[in-house]
Design a protein around this ligand. Structure first.
Ligand code: ADP
Ligand code: ZN
Length: 648
């Protein structure tokens, strides 16, 4: 997202500054807000963390102040409504929610407030919205001209193409039919064309202006490392870069989730397991702890994450390869919604490639579907094996050229523009915030090695028709005497020991790449290797293969040298860190008292800025981004006191 200043119309900017305490709109926000305040329909496509909420919250406040009544926010995420309303409450905005978790009395009280015009934003679940009772209520408001705006969050839920179709979103088309004069804003982080068309068609948004942001997440650093001992690598990554931070670790199986969480706990990391096999109330409890406590590491299957909008998740780690880039991007996108530096870290190895291929091969799906899944997996493997910019590849996958987003709005915020972005699009571009851009990996020419590996498999076949897995193949290539080698007489092969010059790790890289490129197939439980039709071209030397140099040794050195043991999201000196910790303790007590997550009171970044700039007066505090008028009034003196008592 770009943070560049945009001309904003009255009254939007004053609301942003007073109520939310932010100095300026981000990227296309100003334009969207102006359009919606003016009564236009909008479809907003913005990545997670882009700042979608303000796109309807600011218009809701502006229109309420202008006497136009209440904004109805449709959201499928019941679990989140409470925290969203809590956050608006903290900012002094009158908000409420209606969903199935409330008792009748509470719902009645809200209906009363609604009729009395006391509510600016009302969050409702779609199934509640379309009940006769609620529509009756809306009819009254509409007649009085007090129904200001509909905001439809997670709008992709209306699409069967999307990954989270919800039947009851379909009924939302009636909003337009029943209240044609009430403007609507639909928002989603799902980018693809098909879903977009579907949203427009199903919600009748043909006349809406479409706002598309860049899907880049400049504050997320992408890192993909080769697996050696994945758990230890993960632990080193957490210790080096994320001591005390909140994060999510994704694993493929429930068993691995439990084992990993237990192991991390033994190592002193506050880790909790989460998967669909746990009892619902335990899952809820675990999720609440993750949202409310500081520094919890959630070890989870992909069952976890949908609708978690905790802004200060500092890292997302993958111990297993996701199925495709869509999944990878969605999962990693849960890091750093607050815009502060965050990491997306993944360890992957040969076994991941073998496993994912096998899962596709063995699934009962149609051949065409499997072909599609294989192609998607291949794109992800290419990303993992890449030695050029990961961000360029990710965005290209979603049809965006890095540095040239559709809307022409968002440019990277990493300082200077990327090399070559202005002229040659993304070719050779460098984001300065992925592993490959920061420490370009050395490459080596593996063409010859690939031929050796394939011809060794060919010899196995000639020599007795047996197939073997990667381990044995590498032993033979490297000329290692093992029982199995003796048993099959493989010292006799012409390929015995022809690859002794390469390390086992290099050989694994070669095999991974051969499987990723489809020249080799790994089959069955043991991942026995078999040549495919296209292997012939490699054997003939027609395919050049360039691989990244294994970088494990270098990486751990880097990690030691560049490791930051940090408690705060921005660099703070020792005294400022003491002040920061004092502010965090104060925040924890307020959050507890108000029954909201700590970030609803203030984000980490706001506390860090207070700790480093040491405000002495209320007006000093007012200058800090994220401090609105209501919070200044409610907490200003307490903060100054906490800083004072920190005594530094
Ligand atoms: P999304 O719903 O698109 O994932 P959010 O609306 O939750 O994103 O916004 C992400 C974070 O960015 C929130 O913490 C929000 O307060 C912050 N944010 C949004 N717009 C601005 C802005 N103009 N200036 C500063 N922070 C902003
Ligand atoms: Zn890069």
């Amino acid at each position: 997202m770009s943070y560049r200043f945009m001309p904003a119309p009255d009254p939007a900017l004053p609301i942003l500054q007073e109520v939310f305490g932010y100095p300026a709109f981000r990227g296309p926000q100003a334009e969207i807000v102006a359009h919606v305040i003016g009564g236009g329909d909008a479809l907003v496509l913005m990545p997670t963390g882009g700042g979608k909420s303000l796109c309807y919250q600011v218009p809701a406040i502006a229109r309420q102040r202008a006497g136009q009544g209440v904004t109805i926010v449709v959201s499928p995420l019941i679990a989140l409504m409470h925290d969203q309303v809590g956050a608006l409450d903290e900012a002094g905005v009158s908000a409420a929610f209606l969903n199935s978790t409330q008792d009748f009395e509470a719902a009645l009280a809200i209906e009363r407030d609604l009729r009395a015009g006391k509510i600016t934003l009302l969050y409702v679940a779609p199934e509640r919205l379309t009940t006769a009772r609620f529509l009756g209520l809306l009819d009254h408001l509409a007649e009085d001209g007090k129904l200001s705006l509909f905001a439809i969050d997670e709008a992709h839920c209306v699409s069967q193409w999307g990954h989270d179709f919800r039947e009851n979103y379909l009924a939302l088309s009636l909003l337009h039919e029943r209240y044609p004069r009430v403007p609507r804003i639909a928002l989603t982080a799902t980018a693809d064309d098909l879903t977009r068309e579907d949203i427009i068609a199903r919600l009748g948004l043909d006349a809406a202006r479409v706002f598309i942001s860049s899907f880049d997440r400049p504050n997320i650093r992408y890192q993909i490392v080769e697996k050696a001992d994945a758990r230890r690598q993960l632990l080193a990554f957490i210790r080096d870069e994320h001591e005390g931070d909140a994060g999510i670790v994704y694993c493929q199986s429930r068993k691995k989730v439990e084992d990993t969480a237990e192991w991390l706990t033994q190592q002193g990391v506050s880790a909790l397991p989460y998967h669909a096999g746990l009892a619902a109330d335990l899952r809820q409890h675990t999720q609440d702890r993750f949202l409310r406590e500081d520094g919890i590491v959630m070890v989870a299957t992909i069952a976890f994450g949908m609708g978690i909008d905790k802004p200060d998740v500092r890292f997302v780690a993958h111990l297993d390869l996701p199925k495709n880039i869509e999944g990878y991007y969605q999962e990693t996108g849960r890091a750093g919604r607050d815009g502060l530096p965050s990491n997306a870290w993944m360890a992957y190895g040969l076994q991941d490639v073998v496993n994912q291929r096998r899962m596709i091969d063995e699934s009962p799906a149609h051949e065409e579907f499997k072909r599609n899944q294989r192609a998607k997996l291949d794109s992800l493997l290419a990303l993992a094996e890449a030695y050029d910019c990961r961000r360029v590849r990710l965005l290209a996958y979603f049809g965006e050229i890095y540095g040239q987003p559709d809307a022409g709005e968002a440019l990277p915020t990493q300082g200077e523009p990327p090399r070559g972005a202005a002229t040659a699009g993304s070719v050779g571009a460098c984001c300065r915030n992925c592993d490959n851009c920061l420490t370009p990996p050395a490459t080596w020419d593996a063409t010859e090695a690939a031929r050796k590996a394939l011809s060794c498999i060919f010899r196995f076949h000639q020599h007795g028709g047996q197939r073997f897995g990667a381990g044995h193949l590498i032993d033979v290539l490297r000329g290692k005497q093992t029982d199995k080698v003796a048993q099959y007489g493989h010292t006799e092969l012409s390929t015995w020991g022809i690859g002794a010059d390469l390390s086992e790790q290099q050989w694994r890289g070669v095999l991974r790449q051969l499987i990723a490129l489809g020249h080799l197939r790994a089959e069955g439980e043991y991942g026995t290797l078999e040549l495919t039709e296209s292997a012939r071209s490699v054997l003939k030397g027609e395919v050049q293969m360039l691989l990244r140099q294994p970088s494990e040794a270098k990486r751990s050195r880097d990690a030691r040298g560049g490791g930051r043991s940090k408690a705060a999201p921005i660099a703070l000196d020792a005294l400022a860190t003491l002040r920061y910790n004092a502010l965090k303790a104060w925040r924890a007590s307020v959050a507890k008292e108000h029954n909201v997550p700590a970030y609803v009171v203030f984000h980490d970044a706001v506390l860090a800025e207070m700790a480093s700039t040491e405000p002495k007066t209320l007006s000093d505090l007012r200058g800090i981004s994220g401090v609105g008028e209501k919070k200044l009034e409610a907490y200003g003196m307490q903060i100054l006191r906490a800083l004072d008592e920190a005594g530094v």
